[in-house]
Design a protein around this ligand. Sequence first.
Ligand code: SF4
Ligand code: SF4
Ligand code: SF4
Length: 281
Amino acid sequence: MGEKKKPEVSERRRFFTLMAQNIGLGAMGGLLWAGYADKAKSSPLTLRPPAALNEEEFVKTCIKCGLCSEACFNRPQNRDKNGKQRPATLKMAKAGDDVMIGTPYFIPREVPCYMCDDIPCVPACPTDALDITKVTNKKGELDPKLIDMGLAVVDPNACIAFWGIQCDACYRACPLMDDAIKLEYAKNERTGKHAFLRPVVNMYSCTGCGLCEKACVTEKAAIFVLPREYALGRPGDHYVKGWDKKDEARIQNKVNEDVTTHDERSSKKPVDYLNQGLEDF
Ligand code: SF4
Ligand code: SF4
Ligand code: SF4
């Protein structure tokens, strides 16, 4: 794991980057920006680089300098043994992409994040839009296991392992094999005879690197990375894990909401059914 250090991004280079950016923006004028006004907001499913601030803060803080993408492109592993350059994981959004123009993002099915030991994209950021503290462990070292770009989700209808066909490509591609993805035995309901193995993602360990998505054998990936807020549900403050002290604290925020389905079938609210039978205990 690499040491926590800011890169030596020269002030001069940064100055010219900013100048170029400002001149570029000015020269483009209102016409272009008006034309792409609908693209000014990113798709909510955009995957950002490691250690990015939350989306709202990120788009305010990122100055679109491209230094993270440049660091990603220049990492030594991005050349094959013949010295041929491979594409970088991080792309800078251009007009027509469904991402705020000029901001960095990645598409795992095209190029996943390789979770570099020294995470060079993060210290390259001059504004802390990529917050180095998020990927720094207690020893003060950069730790790729702390990367948190999203969460891999398996579509059980499309994953052939759920059909009973042997496949573990995603599991083998995962840099945190047996931690972020495990294979779990399940009974084959179709044959009633054989057990089969299916991939299960651990939400606490998955970094959202997308190596599994890239490796998936199905035509459209049956495992794919989503931003965490979209991959995970939110149970709300009504439901508390009584056995978890930290979770109990959430009850302080409990709001009484009227949950109704607005139909005539029942005078009860949906939540009333959740408590059905409790009076018998
Ligand atoms: S950690 Fe991922 S995004 Fe950052 S430089 Fe390495 S491959 Fe690129
Ligand atoms: S995105 Fe996939 S490959 Fe990457 S850590 Fe998560 S489960 Fe593993
Ligand atoms: S690689 Fe794709 S099809 Fe194969 S087990 Fe993983 S998610 Fe399923």
